[in-house]
Ligand binder design. Structure first.
Ligand SMILES: *[C@@H]1O[C@H](CO)[C@@H](O)[C@H](O)[C@H]1NC(C)=O
Ligand SMILES: *[C@@H]1O[C@H](CO)[C@@H](O)[C@H](O)[C@H]1NC(C)=O
Ligand SMILES: *[C@@H]1O[C@H](CO)[C@@H](O)[C@H](O)[C@H]1NC(C)=O
Ligand SMILES: *[C@@H]1O[C@H](CO)[C@@H](O)[C@H](O)[C@H]1NC(C)=O
Ligand SMILES: *[C@@H]1O[C@H](CO)[C@@H](O)[C@H](O)[C@H]1NC(C)=O
Ligand SMILES: *[C@@H]1O[C@H](CO)[C@@H](O)[C@H](O)[C@H]1NC(C)=O
Ligand SMILES: *[C@@H]1O[C@H](CO)[C@@H](O)[C@H](O)[C@H]1NC(C)=O
Length: 444
């Protein structure tokens, strides 16, 4: 009798132990092959380089020196690879430059470099070709938020990273104005970005977000605990943000909050460059589409303009996908400045409506960043409510600490220079003023 009890208890204990083991293994089963670098001894002395893709026929002022091209930047990153390359694939690389990169990815294996890809493509012939060489994780974004996987970043050897507006789409190398950064020798930031990548890997072939997460996806840095580092020998802080909210693991800052913080910390100017600006969220609810006002970014811009007198510039595009209400929201921002001193919102929208027919063939400003006097945010999303709510993306926030007395050119200075160049080019060459546009638009 006694013994039966013992056996029952023993069996129960065994079951419990097995359960515990199962839970922990399922949580950490995707855990990483450790390579010895931890938050304690990672490198914070980083080299940061601005990369751009400038469409062939967007004529730049003669005297301006072009920045490193995106294509060359990504190639350099692959040159550095010794152990691993981790990328998020969103599109098919079908133009020569995209193909070249694709072939370099194919050959990584022969150099002993592991390639890992997170992708939302199920039927990409490139991915099928890579399948034998790479570990591919499928993220079914439709199942989570009915959105897309728009994240665009590379991690090489958990040491060097790329974040920017360009995906692996051939248009990124030809017809789109893109901007991003390469950060070299920066394992602290790379470790954190790697955690976002691990998050995607854990979603492989799932259609729900697990309720228990591995500690290995918890954010290392965020808006309330940014990483202190050197960017080109200038003291700075940085962190990685993500969206949608559902994809923010423990301690991870949301993209929207990151943008909010950057705008709120501006004192003199805020320069924004995005393809689309639209403070609306559309969701389908019981088969019908429901649209709501989505205020977080609009709010902080209004506050900066009206209450703090910060100069705001908005560089957006006018193309086939521009939502007609864009202009109403932008005009509403502008009208706030009426009769106010030190309130300024200037808008330039790129391109004109005649080119509607074959938009893919035309250059498009695909930048997605904001730069201010003290900080910058470079992300993957346009500033459209639905993008932040549904699509997966990442952003990088950089803040320069009090400037040293020596007048070294910082990454913020470089971003600002690139912005001012685009602003002038678009203002003078491509065309006309926003209000003219507005009229043209209403005549369609
Ligand atoms: C970093 O620290 C971990 C333990 O905290 C150690 O195992 C590893 O060897 C260290 N790596 C380097 C490069 O010092
Ligand atoms: C830009 O280049 C494309 C094709 O390369 C051409 O179709 C288009 O007309 C050009 N646009 C301008 C403004 O030169
Ligand atoms: C998958 O791709 C092949 C060619 O690459 C195409 O023929 C087929 O229709 C595609 N299937 C789907 C479901 O898109
Ligand atoms: C992605 O998820 C959606 C919704 O759950 C499902 O209908 C679809 O079949 C999934 N796609 C793949 C390739 O598994
Ligand atoms: C990274 O650091 C190593 C050692 O400090 C140095 O040899 C290498 O040139 C650096 N790489 C870059 C891209 O700066
Ligand atoms: C406007 O800004 C200038 C300098 O930036 C400052 O001197 C002036 O007091 C400001 N005016 C108002 C009304 O805030
Ligand atoms: C990047 O472009 C801007 C604008 O043309 C320029 O001022 C800056 O010097 C360039 N940076 C580099 C490193 O070439």
């Amino acid at each position: 009798m006694k013994c039966q009890k013992c056996i029952a208890i023993f069996a129960l204990l065994c079951c419990f132990a097995v359960l515990v083991v199962l839970i922990f293994s399922s949580v950490d089963i995707w855990g990483d092959d450790e390579d010895g670098i931890t938050e304690e001894n990672c490198s914070k002395d980083c080299l940061i380089v601005l990369v751009e893709n400038i469409p062939g026929n967007l004529s730049l002022p003669r005297n301006s020196k072009p920045n490193l091209s995106l294509f060359d930047g990504l190639n350099t990153l692959l040159d550095q690879a010794r152990r691993s390359v981790e990328i998020v694939d969103t599109e098919h690389p079908s133009l020569p430059q995209g193909q070249l990169l694709f072939h370099r990815l194919l050959s990584l294996n022969s150099r002993g470099v592991k390639l890992k890809i997170a992708s939302s493509q199920t039927n990409s012939s490139e991915l099928k070709d890579l399948a034998a060489q790479a570990e591919i994780n499928f993220v079914n974004q439709t199942a989570f938020t009915r959105g897309g996987l728009h994240s665009s970043f590379w991690i090489v050897d958990r040491k060097h990273i790329y974040i920017g507006s360009a995906d692996m789409d051939w248009r990124s190398f030809s017809k789109r104005k893109e901007l991003g950064v390469m950060v070299y020798n920066c394992s602290c930031l790379a470790l954190d970005l790697h955690r976002v990548f691990s998050f995607y890997r854990q979603l492989h072939d799932r259609d729900y977000i697990p309720s228990i997460w591995s500690k290995r996806v918890t954010a290392l840095y965020g808006m309330h605990g940014a990483l202190g580092l050197q960017l080109n020998a200038t003291p700075a802080t940085a962190y990685v943000s993500t969206s949608p909210e559902l994809f923010c693991a423990k301690d991870r800052t949301k993209d929207v909050d990151a943008i909010g913080q950057v705008i709120q910390s501006a004192h003199t100017f805020i320069f924004i460059s995005v393809t689309d600006y639209l403070p609306l969220v559309s969701r389908s609810f019981k088969g019908a589409s429901v649209t709501r006002y989505w205020s977080p970014i609009d709010d902080v811009i209004r506050e900066a303009m009206v209450l703090r007198g910060v100069r705001v510039r908005l560089l957006i595009s006018f193309w086939k996908k521009t939502h007609p209400l864009t202009f109403n929201f932008v005009t509403s921002l502008q009208s706030l400045c009426v009769q106010l001193h030190n309130c300024s919102l200037e808008v330039v929208s790129e391109r004109n409506r005649k080119e509607k027919k074959n938009d893919n063939q035309l250059p498009l400003n695909h930048n997605k960043y904001v730069v201010t006097d003290s900080a910058a945010y470079i992300g993957n999303h346009d500033w459209v409510g639905s993008d932040f709510v549904k699509n997966a993306g990442v952003g990088l926030v950089m803040k320069i600490k009090t400037r040293s007395t020596e007048s070294r050119v910082t990454i913020l200075d470089q971003l600002k220079a690139a912005y001012e160049r685009d602003w002038t080019v678009l203002n003078l060459f491509v065309f006309c003023s926003f209000f003219y546009k507005l009229k043209v638009y209403s005549l369609i």
